[in-house]
Structure formats: C-alpha cells, structure tokens
Design a protein around this ligand. Structure first.
Ligand SMILES: Cc1cc2nc3c(=O)[nH]c(=O)nc-3n(C[C@H](O)[C@H](O)[C@H](O)COP(=O)(O)OP(=O)(O)OC[C@H]3O[C@@H](n4cnc5c(N)ncnc54)[C@H](O)[C@@H]3O)c2cc1C
Ligand SMILES: *[C@@H]1O[C@H](CO)[C@@H](O)[C@H](O)[C@H]1NC(C)=O
Ligand SMILES: *[C@@H]1O[C@H](CO)[C@@H](O)[C@H](O)[C@H]1NC(C)=O
Ligand SMILES: *[C@@H]1O[C@H](CO)[C@@H](O)[C@H](O)[C@H]1NC(C)=O
Ligand SMILES: CC(=O)N[C@H]1CO[C@H](CO)[C@@H](O)[C@@H]1O
Length: 664
C-alpha cells in the first residue's frame, strides 16, 4: 500500500555509528530502500575478530531477504547436537536437521570474519539494489544530537543527516544520551578459540568428537560449559568455554587440556560476559539504537547477532522508500514498538538458559532447546511488513472497512485504497424515471416499521421506478453499470424525539454489478439485489427488461419522449432506506437495524419527458424466481391508477452519497 507519492520524496540521509554485524545489516536494508547510507566506524579495519557465530533460522531468513547467503561463503549447516557430561561421556545426540522442516531456513554456523566481510561487501558494493553505503573507518563518534540527527567525530567533524542509528555495540557511546544504565559483569567469562579440524582428528583422544559434519557439541559442568561447533566449510572448529570469572583457567579434564594445548595462543582470548538491564527507550527524535547497543546479549542461545539483524531488517521496513525526513521520529518509535518487546524477551530467556545447573540434575539443554525452538520461529521481515502496513492504515484518512476485513479496508465508490475521496465529476449518467399513481394502502405495507408513514391518509399515493446507467466511474476503472429502484413518495419518518423528516422511501434496488451492490449494502445500508438489466434507447423511446438468471420479471417502457427546456428547480430530496443485518446463528434477530437517510440532489442535465409509458411485472412462482418471487409479486399487485409521467435526464457528475447518515 502506498500512502505517499514516491516521486515527491527524497532518499533519507542515514548515519550509522558502528560497522559491526548490526550496523552493516542495517546499512544493507536501508540502501535497498534507496536511502543514502554513511557508516562511521571507530576501528581502523572495521573487521571482526576471529571465532564463529550462530546464524539461527530467524537471522538466516533476514540475511537471505537482504540478498546475503552465508552458506555460499562457507557457513555450515548445523545437523546434530551432541551432549556430553563433564567427564566427556556422550549423553545424547539430537538429529537437528530432521526438525528443521519447522523453519523456512536452516541453522547456520558462520565464521565471524567471513560473515562480517560478506555483510561489508553487500553494504558497499557497487552492484546490488540502491546506492552503495560508504564506510568511514578510523571515525570514532563522540557526540550525538538526537533531535537534529547530527553526530560529532573525535576529530571535531560534525555531520548531519535525517536519521542516526547507534549500532556501536555493548559499550555504546551513543546510548548515553538515552540512559544512565551501563553493562555489568555477569559473573561469567568465556574463552574463545579456533582449531583446525584436521589437527583435532589426528589426536586419538579428540578424534571422536569431530567425526560428523555439522555437529554442535556441548559439555556441561554445573557452573561451566563448553560449546564446540564447526564452521568455514567444516574445516575449522570454534570453541567457547564459559566459566565463572574467578576461575579463568581451564577445567582439568584431560581431553579439555588436550584441546587447549592445540589452540594458537594468538587466537585464544578471554571475554568477560557482560549483561545489562533493559533500558526504557531505544529512541529519541531522529536517533535510535540497534543491536547490542540497545540490548546486549549473553552468548548462550546464539541470538545476539541474530537480534541485531532482526532490528536491522525492521528498520529498513519502517524507513521504507518514500518515507519523509519529517516522519522519521514517529517511525523510529514504531521500530521500537515492534522490536523492543521481542528482543528483551529473547534476552531474558538467554539469561535463564545460561543459569547454573543444579547439583544432581543433568543439564539445562532441554530448556535451552525449548527456548530456541520457540524463539527462532520468528520471521521479522514478514512481521514488520505487516505491522507497518497496519500502522500506515491507521494514520491515513479513515476508509470504510467491510468484509473481507483480513486485507484492510476495501476501495469503493467513496474511498480509494488509501481512504481518499474519488473524483465523480466525470461520471456520465442517464436516469429514466416512470412515475405512477397507485394505492397508498398497498404501499404502506412496504414500510418496515410504524415510524415510517405517508404524510397524507389518502387512498392514493405516488411511486416511481427509476433506471440509471452510470458510465466512466473512477472507482471501476472507467467502467459503468446499470441499476433500477422503486421508491415511494410522500413518506415521513417520525423520530423518537417527536420531530419528523419528509422524503421518499426506497424498499429495493436491483443492480447488474457486484461491487456497488456490496459497498451500497454495507456502507450505506441500501437494500440492493442483483439482476440482469437490458436497456434499449432511441431518441423518442426507452425500454428496460430486468432478468434473474434468464427469467424476465420487470418491464419499463416510454414512448414519445420530447426535450424539455424549462430549468429544473434543484431541491434536495431525502431518500429513506432501512438498514438490516441479521445476527449470525440467531434467526429473526438483527445485529444491526436502523433507518438511514441519503440526501440527494436530483440530476439536472438535459431532460426529456413524455406522458406515454407503462410498467409491468411478471412474478411467476417460487420455481421461476426462487429468491425474489415475493418482491416481484408485491410490485405486480400494485394497480397503476394513472401513468403520471416519464422523464429522462442525461448529464455528468454524480454524488457519492457520502452524506448518508443513520437517522436514529
Ligand atoms: C563470546 C561471545 C559469543 C557470541 N556468540 C554469538 C553467536 O553465536 N550468535 C550470535 O548471534 N551472537 C553471538 N554473540 C553476540 C554477538 O556477537 C553480538 O550480539 C553482535 O555482535 C552485536 O552486533 P552489533 O553490531 O550490535 O555490535 P558489535 O558487533 O559489537 O559492533 C559494534 C561496532 O561499533 C564500533 N563502535 C563502537 N563504538 C564506536 C564509536 N563510538 N564510534 C564508531 N564506532 C564505534 C565497534 O568498533 C564495532 O565495530 C556472542 C557474543 C560473545 C561475547
Ligand atoms: C527526548 O530527549 C529530550 C531531551 O533529553 C527529552 O526532553 C524528551 O522527553 C525525549 N523524548 C522522548 C520521546 O523520549
Ligand atoms: C510479530 O512479532 C510480535 C513480537 O515481536 C508478536 O507479538 C506477534 O505475534 C508477531 N506477529 C506474527 C503474525 O507473528
Ligand atoms: C449492465 O447492463 C447494461 C445494459 O443495460 C450492460 O451494457 C452492462 O454491460 C451491464 N453490466 C454488467 C456488469 O453486466
Ligand atoms: C519472544 C518470544 O517469542 N519468546 C519466547 C521464547 O520461548 C519461550 C519458551 O518457549 C516463550 O515462553 C517465549 O515467549
């Protein structure tokens, strides 16, 4: 849905602080929307440290949507999860691949450097959708003006854009404008190192654990755990050893020592695992946080990078092509509404799944599995798309909603797809009405409640059959349709407050197109039904036959039509209809029942008139007209005391009946 004119809007100038996994993914998402993206990275190389990273299905889906496929760059599909106890005894093997049909995308294990390079390429390459993002390395950001979308660099340079994204990681500087909270030590640290698989295979004691491709292995102690998984075409093994801060030395299991001995001291690093309480707001003005800057993650579920990527794809959808600079603050607020609840929930569950195991119990991998099965079942691309769609509808002009409601409001004669009014000035019409004098007593039976009555108690009253042909309707892409109605003149509606409205009561309308039938019934409350309508017209005559599935039941004729030159006094007329919608599953009970008034200005185009005319009906029986026999029978039984006149009016410009209202 498009609420804005794409041609009129300029791309946004996006400034991203930090070229980590989150900042780069955001750059890709935003360049693909046609925006102009600049990234400011403090480090010289803007390259990742070694070690590997999980790309769970929720993140893989995001990356594929953005045209980045880590599997093409050596990321390995996780196929098995093997659990060991602390002595190295195998406890359980889960065939993970057999479960993966639950998600659209597999679970990948990527080398961080490979993934980072791939994202950097996708953000900055000259091919691809949109303008390449520009990365400024060695550009440490020291200040942010959130309202003015302005950043200050360490060297004093000041840069202003339309939006600033703080993707500067766990020790975010840009976050300090939003909160005084800072990360705290979680009590655990992690060694991370990489080994070549071929070396591990050579050692008899460790050979067994690397037999299978795509195998993720866990060793559980009470307050420590080791996670190992392969990456880069299954040739490299990534180890994470999580343990209490105070014991930053390896456990003395022999196989464990064996592995550590193999690690290259240059790649072996100790990381203090930091945590942070949720902050109350991620955004202010034209500034928003993303990734670890907004929600630092513990590593237990491989969701830190994944949530940063979900943030990034959401940002691209919220700040889609065509968004104006002035809309940025409200859209960043929407971004927070979409993302904050989920990211912080996943963060809390990650924390729980890293808790120490109680003495005597096996491990908490079942809990971990349950969490991640649930939490990776999320598709942020599609989720954000739907939410932004709904949000956009709510703030546009309010169009009519009617069935089916699943897809949003329906365009109709009174509103286009974004709720704006239609142009009806070009619509051509020909209206032919045949007025008769007939029995007031019979007509009175057609009034649905005692609040409607004839203004005169005479035994005669006037009624009209009116056929109209519309052409060049904007809302039907220039097409038209035919309809005819029956109306009772000289009717009053007596309101409960004692006042009275005068007008014409319309018991039924037949139309030969479904769309106006449905919009007219639902939006206006007009009693419309379907019928085929055939019209023959010459300069002097008019004839109409109406059919239901080939069965003719209504016949109107006029002869001797002559042009009339006296100007018509335009006077507004009240058309009364009785809106009624039955309650589902509750016969005879209405969900909705009330009187409706459509004020109408009679057509004032070229007029022709005659006194020669006839109306007749053929009601047949319930076999020939199984759905409308009772209606036609009532029309058929009306005596024509006098054919009063026939009138044809031709012109252009019609009302959309937008002034229709509920009487009470
Ligand atoms: C041991 C460990 C294991 C992990 N394993 C996984 C895993 O398997 N799967 C997973 O999804 N996540 C994992 N994570 C978490 C994941 O690494 C982070 O959540 C993710 O990197 C966050 O991305 P980011 O872009 O928000 O931040 P970062 O990747 O930290 O990037 C921030 C960037 O901003 C730059 N920067 C900082 N300050 C400034 C400044 N003032 N000016 C300019 N630039 C600045 C930094 O140099 C950096 O490049 C793990 C984390 C740890 C510690
Ligand atoms: C944004 O920050 C300003 C200045 O600190 C503050 O007054 C304002 O309340 C903040 N707005 C929101 C929406 O948080
Ligand atoms: C979209 O995500 C939110 C949480 O972020 C969730 O509450 C909602 O149910 C999701 N919608 C769908 C259709 O999955
Ligand atoms: C409605 O009837 C007219 C004939 O009067 C015909 O020209 C037109 O095509 C019909 N419209 C539809 C949608 O059948
Ligand atoms: C955000 C989210 O979906 N969190 C879910 C993660 O999994 C747990 C356990 O299944 C659910 O309770 C959370 O709602």
């Amino acid at each position: 849905m498009t609420l804005i004119d794409m041609d009129e809007t300029k791309p946004l100038n996006v400034l991203i602080i930090g070229a980590g996994l989150g900042g780069l993914t955001a750059a890709i998402a935003l360049r693909r929307q046609g925006h102009s993206v600049k990234i400011f990275e403090q480090s010289h190389f803007a390259s990742e440290l070694g070690a590997a990273i999980n790309v769970p299905p929720n993140a893989y889906g995001v990356l594929l949507h953005l045209g980045v496929d880590p599997a093409l760059n050596g990321a390995v599909e996780m196929k098995y999860i093997t659990e060991y106890d602390k002595t190295g005894t195998q406890v359980k093997v889960t065939d993970f691949a057999s479960q993966s049909s639950r998600w659209q995308h597999p679970w990948l294990l990527a080398h961080r450097v490979d993934l980072h390079n791939q994202l950097k390429d996708a953000a900055t390459c000259s091919e691809g959708i949109g303008e390449p993002a520009i990365i400024y390395t060695n550009s440490r950001v020291t200040g942010v003006d959130m309202k003015g979308a302005t950043i200050t660099l360490e060297n004093g340079d000041v840069i202003t854009g339309d939006v600033v994204i703080g993707a500067d990681g766990i020790h975010s500087k840009s976050r300090t404008g939003l909160t005084e909270k800072v990360p705290f030590a979680s009590g655990k640290s992690a060694y991370r190192f990489l080994l070549e698989r071929k070396h591990v295979e050579k050692v008899p004691m460790t050979q067994k654990i690397v037999e299978k491709n795509g195998n993720m292995a866990f060793w559980f102690g009470t307050d420590r755990r080791i996670v190992m998984y392969p990456t880069r075409w299954n040739e490299i093994l990534n180890f994470v050893c999580i343990h209490p801060d105070k014991r930053s030395e390896p456990a003395s299991e022999t196989w464990n020592e064996e592995l550590l001995k193999m690690a290259d001291p240059c790649t072996l690093k100790v990381w203090r695992l930091m945590d942070m309480d949720p902050i109350s707001s991620w955004n202010n003005g034209s500034f928003a946080l993303l990734g670890d800057a907004a929600h630092p993650f513990l590593p237990h579920q491989g969701q830190g990078g994944a949530q940063a990527m979900e943030d990034a794809v959401c940002l691209g959808i919220v700040l889609h092509k065509g968004v104006r600079s002035s809309e940025v603050p409200e859209r960043l607020q929407l971004y927070q509404e979409i993302r904050k609840g989920r990211a912080e929930k996943v963060q809390a569950l990650t924390r729980m799944s890293g808790e120490d195991i109680k003495e005597g119990s096996r491990n908490n991998l079942d809990k971990v599995m349950e969490f991640f099965i649930f939490n990776v079942s999320h598709d942020e691309t599609h989720n954000s798309t739907q939410i932004v769609h709904k949000w956009a509808l709510q703030r546009g002009p309010s169009p009519f909603w009617r069935m089916p409601v699943s897809f949003g409001p329906l365009p109709g004669p009174r509103q286009d797809v974004s709720g704006l009014s239609r142009i009806l000035a070009d619509t051509r019409y020909i209206t032919t009405s045949l007025k008769i004098k007939t029995s007031r007593t019979l007509l009175q039976n057609l009034l649905p409640t005692a609040s409607y009555c004839f203004s005169s108690p005479d035994t005669v009253a006037y009624a009209s059959f009116t056929h109209t042909r519309y052409d060049k309707l904007d809302w039907l892409r220039g097409r038209g349709y035919d309809f005819w109605s029956f109306s009772l003149h000289g009717v009053e509606y007596n309101k409960k407050d004692g006042t009275t409205l005068s007008g014409t009561f319309m018991p039924v309308v037949f139309e030969n197109l479904t769309d106006p039938i449905l919009s007219g019934r639902d939006e206006l409350g007009w009693p419309k039904l379907y019928a085929d309508i055939d019209v023959k017209r010459s300069s002097k005559s008019f004839s109409m036959t109406s059919h239901w599935c080939g069965e003719s039941f209504a016949f109107f004729n006029l002869d001797g039509l002559e042009p009339v030159n006296d100007p018509l006094r335009e006077r507004q007329e009240n058309i009364f209809v009785h809106k009624y919608i039955p309650a589902t599953g509750n016969k005879g009970v209405a969900d909705v029942e009330y009187p409706v008034c459509s004020p109408i200005t009679p057509p004032s185009g070229r007029r022709f008139q005659t006194k020669e005319g006839a109306v007749s009906f053929k009601s047949g029986d319930w076999t020939s007209l199984p759905t409308i026999h009772h209606i036609v029978r009532r029309l058929e039984e009306l005596p024509v005391y006098e054919f009063v006149e026939g009138t044809v009016v031709e012109g252009s410009g019609i009302s959309d009946l937008g002034g229709t209202y509920r009487i009470e």
